[in-house]
Design a protein. Sequence first.
Length: 65
Amino acid sequence: MVRVNVDIDRCVGAGQCVLTVSDVFDQDDDGLVTVLVQPSDPATLDAVREAAVVCPSMAITVVED
Ligand code: SF4
């Protein structure tokens, strides 16, 4: 099971996550990240992991158990 978590207290609204995986991430009216869906397919999860790397505030974590 994989879960994508975001910490909106860390998010600075850079939007890199949305540019990387627009199917999963969006930004609210204040520019803060929101998670649209919890992805399950491997290709999307790889893209989410890339988004976590490029996020400048390290607001995205991928938890696997
Ligand atoms: S890339 Fe990081 S800082 Fe930018 S909107 Fe996404 S979660 Fe927020």
